[in-house]
Design a protein around this ligand. Sequence first.
Ligand code: HEM
Length: 219
Amino acid sequence: MARFSNGSDHVRRRALAVDALTSIDADALQAKAFSRTRRIMAGLDVVDVMAEIARPVPVGVLAEALGLPDVSAEVALVAAAYHPHVTPDADAEAALGRLIAHCGGPTELAAARIGLLVQACDATAGLIGNGLFASLTGKPAEQPVLRTRRRIDGSDVTVPLDGRPFGAGPRECPGSRHAIALAAGVLEALRGFRLTETETTWISSPNLRMPAVLRVTRG
Ligand code: HEM
């Protein structure tokens, strides 16, 4: 995928990802994220937003816009294992195999589409979790991605984002508008809910900052 490629490979693979995003209307993503969230919330009294909404809803909506079935469970497994420094387990490998099959086989275009979903997964969940936490507590919203990892000359390199949540330059996130639209749709649907707990646990990661669990209930 573009993220861990360099030189002309990066340019070509990024262009495939950008092309796929260009055909997706951000306003439609927002509306679908809103209605999907409302549907999930309708049947439940207490919801862990991180597990039930913040990961599956944006990925499910984006997958639909890319012409794929709801592959959010597969994408969550791959997203936990796709960085070059992680050795994927058998579940992640199997999930990747299913994603490749849904995308018609192992091509660069398939990698670009899967890459979009994987890139969207944790980062957009962080945008939603941090946005919701901030709106419910009055605290400032934190940046979900603090540092990014790249692969340069065969080595993993960590690059600080220095306060730019979507990065900058030739690798700047091409999905920022889509991510903000998806998060806006979800957060709009969660208006009127409140936190059930005063203490929040945060995921343990040097690069990401977002709640591990965020339980809400009506009113
Ligand atoms: C719909 C949701 C999203 C999609 C489809 C998406 C897609 C992508 C893609 C394809 C790249 C690789 C670009 C390249 O290698 O040239 C990327 C990079 C990046 N994304 Fe996103 N992204 C999404 C959400 C987010 C969110 C919510 C954040 C953080 C708030 C974020 C932060 C970043 C950053 C910092 C990079 C740069 C990585 C680097 O410089 O190495 N993304 N994104």
